[in-house]
Design a binder for this molecule. Sequence first.
Ligand code: SAH
Ligand code: SF4
Length: 455
Amino acid sequence: MTNNTALRARLAQLFPDAPPLAYVRTYGCQGNVSDGERLQGMLAELGFSFCASPDDADFVLLNTCAVREHAQVRVFGNVGAFKPLKKSRRRMKIAVCGCMVQQEGVAEELRRVFPFVDLIFGTHALPKLPEMLWELYENDAKVTDVENLDGSITEDLPLRRESTFRAWLPISYGCDNFCSYCVVPHVRGRERSRTPEAVLDELRRLVGEGYRDITLLGQNVNSYGKGLAETPTFPALLQAICAVPGDFRVRFMTSHPKDCSRELLAVMAENPKICRHLHLPVQSGNNEILGRMNRKYTRERYLETVQTAKALMPDLTLTSDIIVGFPGETDAQFRDTLALVRAVEYGALFTFIYSPRVGTPAAALPDPIPRAEKVARLQELCRVQEEITLRRSQSLVGQTLRVLVERVGKAEGTLAGRLESNAVVEFLGGSETIGHFIDVTITDATRLVLQGTQN
Ligand code: SAH
Ligand code: SF4
Protein backbone atom coordinates (compact mmCIF):
# COMPACT_ATOMS: atom_id res chain seq x y z
CA MET A 1 0.00 0.00 0.00
CA THR A 2 1.13 3.52 -0.58
CA ASN A 3 -0.03 7.06 -0.62
CA ASN A 4 0.29 9.42 -3.52
CA THR A 5 2.84 11.65 -1.78
CA ALA A 6 5.32 8.79 -1.39
CA LEU A 7 4.81 7.73 -5.01
CA ARG A 8 5.21 11.29 -6.28
CA ALA A 9 8.49 11.56 -4.36
CA ARG A 10 9.67 8.21 -5.73
CA LEU A 11 8.90 9.29 -9.29
CA ALA A 12 10.68 12.61 -8.79
CA GLN A 13 13.71 10.65 -7.62
CA LEU A 14 13.60 8.32 -10.62
CA PHE A 15 13.02 11.18 -13.08
CA PRO A 16 15.07 14.04 -11.61
CA ASP A 17 15.43 16.15 -14.77
CA ALA A 18 11.90 16.29 -16.10
CA PRO A 19 8.53 14.74 -15.20
CA PRO A 20 7.97 11.22 -16.53
CA LEU A 21 5.99 11.19 -19.78
CA ALA A 22 2.89 9.02 -20.16
CA TYR A 23 1.29 7.97 -23.41
CA VAL A 24 -2.29 6.75 -23.00
CA ARG A 25 -4.15 5.16 -25.91
CA THR A 26 -7.85 4.36 -25.51
CA TYR A 27 -9.72 1.93 -27.75
CA GLY A 28 -13.48 1.47 -28.06
CA CYS A 29 -16.52 3.20 -26.65
CA GLN A 30 -17.17 6.49 -24.85
CA GLY A 31 -17.23 4.60 -21.54
CA ASN A 32 -13.60 3.72 -22.20
CA VAL A 33 -12.80 7.29 -23.23
CA SER A 34 -14.25 8.41 -19.91
CA ASP A 35 -12.15 5.81 -18.03
CA GLY A 36 -9.13 7.04 -20.00
CA GLU A 37 -9.77 10.56 -18.70
CA ARG A 38 -9.76 9.22 -15.15
CA LEU A 39 -6.57 7.20 -15.73
CA GLN A 40 -4.91 10.33 -17.10
CA GLY A 41 -6.23 12.33 -14.14
CA MET A 42 -4.60 9.91 -11.70
CA LEU A 43 -1.33 9.96 -13.66
CA ALA A 44 -1.32 13.78 -13.75
CA GLU A 45 -1.87 13.92 -10.01
CA LEU A 46 1.15 11.67 -9.53
CA GLY A 47 3.34 14.07 -11.50
CA PHE A 48 3.24 12.57 -15.00
CA SER A 49 3.14 14.78 -18.07
CA PHE A 50 1.75 13.47 -21.34
CA CYS A 51 3.17 12.90 -24.81
CA ALA A 52 1.51 12.32 -28.16
CA SER A 53 3.78 9.49 -29.31
CA PRO A 54 4.83 6.28 -27.56
CA ASP A 55 8.37 6.92 -28.85
CA ASP A 56 8.80 9.63 -26.22
CA ALA A 57 7.03 7.81 -23.39
CA ASP A 58 8.31 6.56 -20.06
CA PHE A 59 4.95 4.94 -19.35
CA VAL A 60 2.69 3.50 -22.05
CA LEU A 61 -0.88 2.62 -21.12
CA LEU A 62 -3.22 0.83 -23.53
CA ASN A 63 -6.83 1.08 -22.37
CA THR A 64 -8.46 -1.75 -24.30
CA CYS A 65 -11.82 -2.86 -25.73
CA ALA A 66 -13.24 -6.38 -26.03
CA VAL A 67 -16.54 -5.86 -27.80
CA ARG A 68 -15.37 -7.35 -31.10
CA GLU A 69 -12.46 -9.63 -31.92
CA HIS A 70 -10.95 -7.05 -34.24
CA ALA A 71 -10.35 -4.68 -31.31
CA GLN A 72 -8.52 -7.42 -29.43
CA VAL A 73 -6.36 -8.45 -32.38
CA ARG A 74 -5.34 -4.83 -32.84
CA VAL A 75 -4.22 -4.51 -29.23
CA PHE A 76 -2.16 -7.70 -29.42
CA GLY A 77 -0.51 -6.31 -32.57
CA ASN A 78 0.14 -2.96 -30.92
CA VAL A 79 1.64 -4.49 -27.77
CA GLY A 80 3.95 -6.63 -29.93
CA ALA A 81 5.10 -3.51 -31.76
CA PHE A 82 6.36 -2.05 -28.45
CA LYS A 83 8.97 -4.78 -27.96
CA PRO A 84 11.85 -3.05 -29.81
CA LEU A 85 10.95 0.31 -28.24
CA LYS A 86 11.01 -1.23 -24.79
CA LYS A 87 14.48 -2.66 -25.53
CA SER A 88 15.85 0.70 -26.58
CA ARG A 89 14.19 2.67 -23.77
CA ARG A 90 15.03 0.56 -20.76
CA ARG A 91 13.14 2.76 -18.29
CA MET A 92 9.93 2.50 -20.25
CA LYS A 93 7.09 0.62 -18.57
CA ILE A 94 4.19 -0.85 -20.50
CA ALA A 95 0.70 -1.34 -19.11
CA VAL A 96 -2.42 -2.90 -20.64
CA CYS A 97 -5.77 -2.36 -18.95
CA GLY A 98 -9.54 -2.40 -19.45
CA CYS A 99 -12.15 -4.72 -20.93
CA MET A 100 -9.90 -6.96 -23.00
CA VAL A 101 -7.79 -8.08 -20.04
CA GLN A 102 -10.82 -8.47 -17.76
CA GLN A 103 -11.88 -11.42 -19.94
CA GLU A 104 -11.01 -14.79 -18.55
CA GLY A 105 -7.61 -16.06 -19.63
CA VAL A 106 -6.52 -12.96 -21.56
CA ALA A 107 -4.14 -11.61 -18.89
CA GLU A 108 -2.36 -15.01 -18.79
CA GLU A 109 -2.17 -15.06 -22.58
CA LEU A 110 -0.70 -11.54 -22.66
CA ARG A 111 1.89 -12.47 -20.01
CA ARG A 112 2.83 -15.58 -21.98
CA VAL A 113 3.13 -13.88 -25.37
CA PHE A 114 4.57 -10.57 -24.17
CA PRO A 115 6.63 -11.14 -21.00
CA PHE A 116 7.96 -7.58 -21.25
CA VAL A 117 4.58 -6.08 -20.29
CA ASP A 118 4.93 -4.59 -16.79
CA LEU A 119 1.36 -4.02 -15.65
CA ILE A 120 -1.96 -5.64 -16.54
CA PHE A 121 -5.19 -4.59 -14.85
CA GLY A 122 -8.89 -5.05 -15.53
CA THR A 123 -11.84 -2.69 -15.38
CA HIS A 124 -12.46 -3.20 -11.65
CA ALA A 125 -8.89 -2.32 -10.63
CA LEU A 126 -8.86 1.13 -12.29
CA PRO A 127 -9.04 3.15 -9.04
CA LYS A 128 -6.04 1.22 -7.72
CA LEU A 129 -3.67 2.62 -10.36
CA PRO A 130 -1.50 4.48 -7.78
CA GLU A 131 -1.00 1.32 -5.69
CA MET A 132 -0.08 -0.68 -8.75
CA LEU A 133 2.37 2.00 -9.91
CA TRP A 134 3.98 1.93 -6.47
CA GLU A 135 4.69 -1.77 -6.94
CA LEU A 136 6.11 -1.03 -10.37
CA TYR A 137 8.34 1.90 -9.46
CA GLU A 138 9.25 1.17 -5.83
CA ASN A 139 9.55 -2.62 -5.93
CA ASP A 140 10.30 -3.06 -9.63
CA ALA A 141 7.61 -5.75 -9.70
CA LYS A 142 5.45 -6.97 -12.54
CA VAL A 143 1.81 -6.51 -11.56
CA THR A 144 -1.39 -8.22 -12.67
CA ASP A 145 -4.77 -7.32 -11.16
CA VAL A 146 -7.79 -8.67 -12.97
CA GLU A 147 -9.73 -9.55 -9.87
CA ASN A 148 -13.48 -9.36 -10.22
CA LEU A 149 -14.23 -6.74 -7.55
CA ASP A 150 -17.68 -6.17 -8.93
CA GLY A 151 -20.27 -3.75 -7.67
CA SER A 152 -18.49 -0.68 -6.42
CA ILE A 153 -18.14 2.87 -7.73
CA THR A 154 -15.19 5.05 -6.74
CA GLU A 155 -16.23 8.70 -6.76
CA ASP A 156 -13.90 11.69 -6.91
CA LEU A 157 -11.11 10.20 -8.98
CA PRO A 158 -9.14 13.00 -10.55
CA LEU A 159 -9.94 13.74 -14.18
CA ARG A 160 -8.02 15.07 -17.14
CA ARG A 161 -10.65 15.79 -19.78
CA GLU A 162 -9.82 15.80 -23.44
CA SER A 163 -12.02 18.74 -24.33
CA THR A 164 -12.76 22.02 -22.58
CA PHE A 165 -16.35 22.23 -23.84
CA ARG A 166 -17.58 18.65 -24.53
CA ALA A 167 -17.73 16.19 -21.66
CA TRP A 168 -18.59 12.57 -20.87
CA LEU A 169 -20.51 12.09 -17.66
CA PRO A 170 -21.02 8.47 -16.52
CA ILE A 171 -24.30 7.91 -14.67
CA SER A 172 -24.08 4.12 -14.39
CA TYR A 173 -21.55 1.37 -14.85
CA GLY A 174 -21.84 -2.28 -15.87
CA CYS A 175 -24.74 -4.05 -17.53
CA ASP A 176 -27.31 -6.65 -16.49
CA ASN A 177 -28.93 -7.22 -19.86
CA PHE A 178 -26.83 -10.08 -21.17
CA CYS A 179 -27.61 -9.72 -24.84
CA SER A 180 -26.49 -13.10 -26.15
CA TYR A 181 -23.67 -11.74 -28.34
CA CYS A 182 -22.21 -9.24 -25.91
CA VAL A 183 -19.13 -9.42 -23.71
CA VAL A 184 -19.83 -6.17 -21.82
CA PRO A 185 -21.73 -7.66 -18.84
CA HIS A 186 -18.89 -10.16 -18.44
CA VAL A 187 -16.12 -7.59 -18.34
CA ARG A 188 -17.86 -4.56 -16.81
CA GLY A 189 -19.79 -6.37 -14.10
CA ARG A 190 -23.25 -5.77 -12.67
CA GLU A 191 -25.15 -2.60 -13.32
CA ARG A 192 -24.71 0.08 -10.66
CA SER A 193 -25.74 3.72 -10.64
CA ARG A 194 -24.05 6.82 -9.36
CA THR A 195 -26.22 8.77 -6.96
CA PRO A 196 -28.16 11.73 -8.40
CA GLU A 197 -26.12 13.98 -6.08
CA ALA A 198 -22.83 12.72 -7.54
CA VAL A 199 -24.12 13.17 -11.10
CA LEU A 200 -25.55 16.63 -10.43
CA ASP A 201 -22.40 17.78 -8.62
CA GLU A 202 -20.24 16.77 -11.56
CA LEU A 203 -22.67 18.40 -13.98
CA ARG A 204 -22.73 21.69 -12.06
CA ARG A 205 -18.94 21.69 -11.99
CA LEU A 206 -18.82 21.06 -15.75
CA VAL A 207 -21.30 23.82 -16.50
CA GLY A 208 -19.36 26.19 -14.19
CA GLU A 209 -16.17 25.38 -16.10
CA GLY A 210 -17.84 26.25 -19.42
CA TYR A 211 -18.72 22.79 -20.75
CA ARG A 212 -21.50 23.10 -23.32
CA ASP A 213 -22.28 19.60 -24.66
CA ILE A 214 -22.53 16.91 -22.00
CA THR A 215 -23.16 13.25 -22.81
CA LEU A 216 -24.54 11.09 -20.02
CA LEU A 217 -23.07 7.59 -20.26
CA GLY A 218 -24.34 4.16 -19.28
CA GLN A 219 -24.80 0.83 -21.08
CA ASN A 220 -28.51 1.32 -20.52
CA VAL A 221 -29.24 4.79 -19.18
CA ASN A 222 -32.96 3.94 -19.07
CA SER A 223 -32.50 1.62 -16.12
CA TYR A 224 -30.62 4.32 -14.19
CA GLY A 225 -31.33 4.15 -10.46
CA LYS A 226 -31.05 0.39 -10.15
CA GLY A 227 -29.44 -0.47 -6.84
CA LEU A 228 -29.80 2.99 -5.29
CA ALA A 229 -31.83 3.37 -2.12
CA GLU A 230 -34.47 5.72 -3.53
CA THR A 231 -34.35 4.34 -7.11
CA PRO A 232 -34.63 7.65 -8.94
CA THR A 233 -35.68 7.13 -12.57
CA PHE A 234 -33.74 8.31 -15.60
CA PRO A 235 -36.46 10.79 -16.66
CA ALA A 236 -36.38 12.26 -13.12
CA LEU A 237 -32.59 12.57 -13.29
CA LEU A 238 -32.89 14.31 -16.66
CA GLN A 239 -35.38 16.79 -15.24
CA ALA A 240 -33.06 17.58 -12.35
CA ILE A 241 -30.21 18.06 -14.85
CA CYS A 242 -32.30 20.42 -16.98
CA ALA A 243 -33.09 22.50 -13.89
CA VAL A 244 -29.38 23.35 -13.50
CA PRO A 245 -28.96 26.92 -14.80
CA GLY A 246 -26.49 27.58 -17.61
CA ASP A 247 -26.00 27.56 -21.36
CA PHE A 248 -25.45 23.86 -22.03
CA ARG A 249 -27.07 20.95 -23.80
CA VAL A 250 -27.21 17.33 -22.76
CA ARG A 251 -27.47 14.03 -24.64
CA PHE A 252 -27.23 10.45 -23.47
CA MET A 253 -26.23 6.99 -24.57
CA THR A 254 -27.15 4.22 -24.64
CA SER A 255 -30.90 4.04 -24.38
CA HIS A 256 -32.04 0.40 -24.52
CA PRO A 257 -35.27 0.14 -26.57
CA LYS A 258 -36.84 -2.30 -24.09
CA ASP A 259 -36.79 0.42 -21.40
CA CYS A 260 -37.37 3.53 -23.51
CA SER A 261 -40.57 4.85 -21.94
CA ARG A 262 -43.11 7.39 -23.10
CA GLU A 263 -42.23 9.34 -19.97
CA LEU A 264 -38.61 9.62 -21.11
CA LEU A 265 -39.66 10.81 -24.57
CA ALA A 266 -42.03 13.35 -23.01
CA VAL A 267 -39.27 14.71 -20.77
CA MET A 268 -37.03 15.04 -23.84
CA ALA A 269 -39.77 16.84 -25.75
CA GLU A 270 -40.40 19.30 -22.90
CA ASN A 271 -36.80 20.26 -22.24
CA PRO A 272 -34.89 22.39 -24.75
CA LYS A 273 -31.62 21.51 -22.99
CA ILE A 274 -31.95 17.89 -24.12
CA CYS A 275 -30.62 17.37 -27.64
CA ARG A 276 -33.14 16.22 -30.22
CA HIS A 277 -30.99 13.15 -30.69
CA LEU A 278 -31.82 9.64 -29.53
CA HIS A 279 -29.38 6.76 -29.94
CA LEU A 280 -31.70 3.76 -29.83
CA PRO A 281 -29.80 0.69 -31.04
CA VAL A 282 -32.12 -1.80 -32.71
CA GLN A 283 -29.43 -4.38 -33.62
CA SER A 284 -31.81 -6.26 -35.97
CA GLY A 285 -35.18 -5.73 -37.61
CA ASN A 286 -36.25 -9.38 -37.37
CA ASN A 287 -38.14 -10.79 -34.40
CA GLU A 288 -36.56 -14.20 -34.43
CA ILE A 289 -33.06 -12.72 -34.44
CA LEU A 290 -34.03 -10.20 -31.75
CA GLY A 291 -35.25 -13.13 -29.64
CA ARG A 292 -32.02 -15.03 -30.14
CA MET A 293 -30.10 -11.86 -29.29
CA ASN A 294 -32.06 -11.67 -26.01
CA ARG A 295 -32.98 -8.05 -26.72
CA LYS A 296 -36.44 -8.31 -25.09
CA TYR A 297 -38.41 -6.21 -27.60
CA THR A 298 -39.99 -6.91 -30.95
CA ARG A 299 -39.69 -5.06 -34.22
CA GLU A 300 -43.27 -3.85 -33.76
CA ARG A 301 -42.65 -2.49 -30.28
CA TYR A 302 -39.48 -0.77 -31.42
CA LEU A 303 -41.31 0.89 -34.31
CA GLU A 304 -44.07 2.01 -31.93
CA THR A 305 -41.47 3.68 -29.69
CA VAL A 306 -39.99 5.38 -32.75
CA GLN A 307 -43.42 6.58 -33.82
CA THR A 308 -44.17 8.01 -30.36
CA ALA A 309 -40.78 9.71 -30.30
CA LYS A 310 -41.28 11.29 -33.72
CA ALA A 311 -44.81 12.41 -32.86
CA LEU A 312 -43.55 14.15 -29.73
CA MET A 313 -40.42 15.54 -31.45
CA PRO A 314 -40.84 16.00 -35.21
CA ASP A 315 -37.26 17.32 -35.46
CA LEU A 316 -35.74 14.32 -33.67
CA THR A 317 -32.73 12.50 -35.15
CA LEU A 318 -32.52 8.80 -34.32
CA THR A 319 -29.29 6.84 -34.58
CA SER A 320 -28.71 3.13 -34.11
CA ASP A 321 -26.28 0.23 -33.89
CA ILE A 322 -26.87 -2.78 -36.14
CA ILE A 323 -25.23 -6.18 -36.19
CA VAL A 324 -25.32 -8.07 -39.48
CA GLY A 325 -24.57 -11.76 -39.80
CA PHE A 326 -25.75 -12.82 -36.35
CA PRO A 327 -25.45 -16.66 -36.23
CA GLY A 328 -27.97 -18.18 -38.61
CA GLU A 329 -29.33 -14.84 -39.91
CA THR A 330 -30.95 -15.60 -43.27
CA ASP A 331 -31.08 -13.24 -46.19
CA ALA A 332 -34.80 -12.71 -45.58
CA GLN A 333 -34.11 -11.80 -41.94
CA PHE A 334 -31.46 -9.34 -43.06
CA ARG A 335 -34.03 -7.82 -45.48
CA ASP A 336 -36.25 -7.16 -42.43
CA THR A 337 -33.42 -5.10 -40.97
CA LEU A 338 -33.05 -3.16 -44.22
CA ALA A 339 -36.78 -2.47 -44.32
CA LEU A 340 -36.73 -1.25 -40.72
CA VAL A 341 -33.81 1.08 -41.48
CA ARG A 342 -35.78 2.53 -44.40
CA ALA A 343 -38.86 2.93 -42.23
CA VAL A 344 -37.12 4.66 -39.31
CA GLU A 345 -34.89 6.91 -41.45
CA TYR A 346 -31.98 7.15 -39.04
CA GLY A 347 -29.61 10.09 -39.14
CA ALA A 348 -26.63 7.75 -38.84
CA LEU A 349 -25.89 4.08 -38.21
CA PHE A 350 -23.04 2.26 -36.51
CA THR A 351 -22.83 -1.05 -38.33
CA PHE A 352 -20.98 -4.19 -37.30
CA ILE A 353 -20.43 -7.70 -38.56
CA TYR A 354 -21.21 -10.15 -35.77
CA SER A 355 -18.06 -11.19 -33.91
CA PRO A 356 -18.19 -14.28 -31.67
CA ARG A 357 -17.08 -13.54 -28.12
CA VAL A 358 -15.84 -16.33 -25.86
CA GLY A 359 -18.23 -17.13 -23.03
CA THR A 360 -21.32 -15.57 -24.63
CA PRO A 361 -24.26 -17.82 -25.58
CA ALA A 362 -24.33 -16.69 -29.22
CA ALA A 363 -20.78 -17.94 -29.72
CA ALA A 364 -22.12 -21.50 -29.35
CA LEU A 365 -24.78 -21.09 -32.06
CA PRO A 366 -24.24 -22.60 -35.50
CA ASP A 367 -23.13 -19.93 -37.95
CA PRO A 368 -23.20 -21.29 -41.50
CA ILE A 369 -23.28 -17.93 -43.32
CA PRO A 370 -19.96 -17.33 -45.13
CA ARG A 371 -18.01 -14.20 -44.22
CA ALA A 372 -18.20 -12.86 -47.80
CA GLU A 373 -22.01 -12.90 -47.52
CA LYS A 374 -21.86 -10.98 -44.25
CA VAL A 375 -19.55 -8.39 -45.77
CA ALA A 376 -21.95 -7.97 -48.72
CA ARG A 377 -24.84 -7.43 -46.27
CA LEU A 378 -22.88 -4.83 -44.37
CA GLN A 379 -22.09 -3.00 -47.60
CA GLU A 380 -25.71 -3.07 -48.70
CA LEU A 381 -26.85 -1.75 -45.33
CA CYS A 382 -24.31 1.07 -45.50
CA ARG A 383 -25.45 2.01 -49.03
CA VAL A 384 -29.08 2.19 -47.91
CA GLN A 385 -28.13 4.34 -44.93
CA GLU A 386 -25.99 6.65 -47.06
CA GLU A 387 -28.99 7.42 -49.28
CA ILE A 388 -31.09 8.18 -46.21
CA THR A 389 -28.40 10.36 -44.65
CA LEU A 390 -28.04 12.29 -47.88
CA ARG A 391 -31.79 12.84 -48.17
CA ARG A 392 -32.06 13.94 -44.55
CA SER A 393 -29.08 16.27 -44.91
CA GLN A 394 -30.51 17.88 -48.04
CA SER A 395 -33.76 18.57 -46.23
CA LEU A 396 -31.78 20.76 -43.81
CA VAL A 397 -30.57 23.14 -46.54
CA GLY A 398 -31.88 26.64 -45.83
CA GLN A 399 -32.46 25.96 -42.12
CA THR A 400 -30.64 27.93 -39.44
CA LEU A 401 -29.43 25.66 -36.65
CA ARG A 402 -27.51 26.00 -33.43
CA VAL A 403 -23.99 24.63 -33.65
CA LEU A 404 -21.37 24.04 -31.01
CA VAL A 405 -18.08 25.00 -32.68
CA GLU A 406 -15.57 22.24 -32.01
CA ARG A 407 -12.44 22.60 -34.11
CA VAL A 408 -10.76 23.91 -37.21
CA GLY A 409 -12.31 22.31 -40.33
CA LYS A 410 -10.63 20.32 -43.09
CA ALA A 411 -10.74 23.05 -45.74
CA GLU A 412 -8.64 26.22 -45.34
CA GLY A 413 -10.30 28.86 -43.13
CA THR A 414 -13.19 26.64 -42.07
CA LEU A 415 -14.46 25.52 -38.70
CA ALA A 416 -16.33 22.34 -37.82
CA GLY A 417 -19.19 22.21 -35.34
CA ARG A 418 -21.83 19.79 -34.14
CA LEU A 419 -25.60 20.06 -34.37
CA GLU A 420 -28.00 18.77 -31.75
CA SER A 421 -28.46 15.77 -34.03
CA ASN A 422 -24.74 15.01 -33.61
CA ALA A 423 -24.11 15.71 -37.32
CA VAL A 424 -21.07 17.80 -38.21
CA VAL A 425 -21.24 21.11 -40.15
CA GLU A 426 -18.37 22.99 -41.74
CA PHE A 427 -18.43 26.75 -42.33
CA LEU A 428 -16.04 29.70 -42.75
CA GLY A 429 -15.07 31.40 -39.52
CA GLY A 430 -12.40 32.39 -37.05
CA SER A 431 -11.16 30.05 -34.33
CA GLU A 432 -12.25 32.42 -31.52
CA THR A 433 -15.71 30.82 -31.61
CA ILE A 434 -14.37 27.31 -30.82
CA GLY A 435 -16.15 26.06 -27.71
CA HIS A 436 -19.17 28.36 -28.19
CA PHE A 437 -22.66 28.06 -29.65
CA ILE A 438 -23.35 29.94 -32.86
CA ASP A 439 -26.14 29.89 -35.46
CA VAL A 440 -25.29 28.43 -38.85
CA THR A 441 -27.47 28.34 -41.97
CA ILE A 442 -27.07 25.09 -43.88
CA THR A 443 -26.16 25.80 -47.50
CA ASP A 444 -25.15 22.44 -48.93
CA ALA A 445 -25.34 18.79 -47.95
CA THR A 446 -23.05 16.04 -49.10
CA ARG A 447 -23.14 12.66 -47.40
CA LEU A 448 -20.87 13.08 -44.44
CA VAL A 449 -20.39 16.73 -43.75
CA LEU A 450 -22.89 19.54 -44.06
CA GLN A 451 -21.78 22.96 -45.29
CA GLY A 452 -23.09 26.20 -43.87
CA THR A 453 -22.55 29.90 -43.33
CA GLN A 454 -22.25 31.59 -39.99
CA ASN A 455 -25.08 34.05 -39.26
N1 SAH B 1 -25.07 -0.99 -24.35
C1 SAH B 1 -25.16 -0.63 -25.69
C2 SAH B 1 -24.09 -1.20 -26.59
C3 SAH B 1 -22.70 -1.41 -26.15
S1 SAH B 1 -21.67 -2.27 -27.27
C4 SAH B 1 -26.51 -1.13 -26.26
O1 SAH B 1 -27.14 -2.00 -25.72
O2 SAH B 1 -26.88 -0.65 -27.31
C5 SAH B 1 -21.81 -1.26 -28.74
C6 SAH B 1 -22.32 -1.98 -29.92
O3 SAH B 1 -21.40 -2.97 -30.35
C7 SAH B 1 -23.62 -2.76 -29.73
O4 SAH B 1 -24.74 -1.94 -29.78
C8 SAH B 1 -23.57 -3.76 -30.85
O5 SAH B 1 -24.16 -3.25 -32.02
C9 SAH B 1 -22.09 -3.95 -31.08
N2 SAH B 1 -21.66 -5.26 -30.58
C10 SAH B 1 -21.66 -5.72 -29.32
N3 SAH B 1 -21.23 -7.01 -29.28
C11 SAH B 1 -20.95 -7.36 -30.55
C12 SAH B 1 -20.47 -8.55 -31.17
N4 SAH B 1 -20.21 -9.63 -30.46
N5 SAH B 1 -20.30 -8.52 -32.51
C13 SAH B 1 -20.57 -7.44 -33.26
N6 SAH B 1 -21.03 -6.30 -32.72
C14 SAH B 1 -21.22 -6.24 -31.39
FE1 SF4 C 1 -24.14 -5.44 -24.35
FE2 SF4 C 1 -26.78 -5.64 -24.41
FE3 SF4 C 1 -25.58 -4.67 -22.23
FE4 SF4 C 1 -25.64 -3.23 -24.47
S1 SF4 C 1 -27.40 -3.84 -23.25
S2 SF4 C 1 -23.86 -3.58 -23.15
S3 SF4 C 1 -25.47 -4.79 -26.06
S4 SF4 C 1 -25.42 -6.73 -23.02
